[in-house]
Design a binder for this molecule. Sequence first.
Ligand code: UDP
Ligand code: MG
Length: 315
Amino acid sequence: MEKLLTIIIPCYNEEDSIEHFFYETEKIDLPVKREYLFVDDGSKDSSLNKIKELYTAYPDKVRYLSFSRNFGKEAGIYAGLKEAQGDYVVLMDVDMQDPPSLLPRMYHILTEEDYDCVGTRRINRKGEPIIRSFFASAFYKLMNRVSEIEIIDGARDFRMMTRQMVDSILEITEYNRFSKGIFAWVGFDTYYLEYENVERKHGETAWSFWGLFKYSLEGITSFTEAPLDIASFIGFFTFLLAVLLAAVFFVRTLIFDNPTDGWTSLMVVVLALGGLQLLSLGVLGKYLGKMFLETKNRPVYIIKETEKEMMKNRK
Ligand code: UDP
Ligand code: MG
């Protein structure tokens, strides 16, 4: 039977990129049948219409899902993986930053060499603000130090996987989804293709600095309990220090008899402890917040319409 490759494309306000992406990717020859699965992540522009036009023109090749609002790229990826029908699945950005020209090689490695997944890795971050690159690489260093799974610096979401790996990913139903961590967590053999960074074709990146900061926090708190350990450790250490200081000051007061002298040191201790308590509380709160969201058991995304509705309306 002929194999099928599903190309999942999360789109958020990408009206200028969708058509270009489709035709550029269509130019690429692949020894496998393909379906394009566009996930419209609650776009506010005419992205959905652009996708529908493509569906009307190529109904046997194009499928789509449209969310009821913006749920974020992670939700888009999850929905795409869930709805994908392919024996192989590839995730791609619509802005041409994931070069379609890599697809044949990815497919070749997946089918001919014994890998379950082919990831891609940018070897540079050309065209990206320096400060962003700096924080990004700091994040990967920290992440790899504190968590048990390894996340490759520069690894993109652009990856092709076997059905087996996709099914394993779908078994992870958690609400707080940090895909890069999940891909690493499920294991399997991943081959990393390297390529030079490509700048965005149309539109602007949807990531703000604050968004990236939250994304990093999400990554760290989803995949490691290290911050909890660190908070407990610092707390314990400070407590020891406080006991030691108390002893020192006690002896000093006995010898030098100078009671007002203690004020400064007292303030230092109070402030230090107060700060640490706040820090630990913040960390704890973060985990608790995650549990709160997790126990609510809300769906990761809500689909408003798919190509099936459009098909029905036409009849
Ligand atoms: N995206 C999405 N939902 C969002 C933000 C982004 O589906 O809330 C999509 C976006 O349309 C694009 C991909 O995710 O196809 C990557 O987004 P972007 O290019 O803004 O990120 P960057 O490449 O700068 O990391
Ligand atoms: Mg991009």
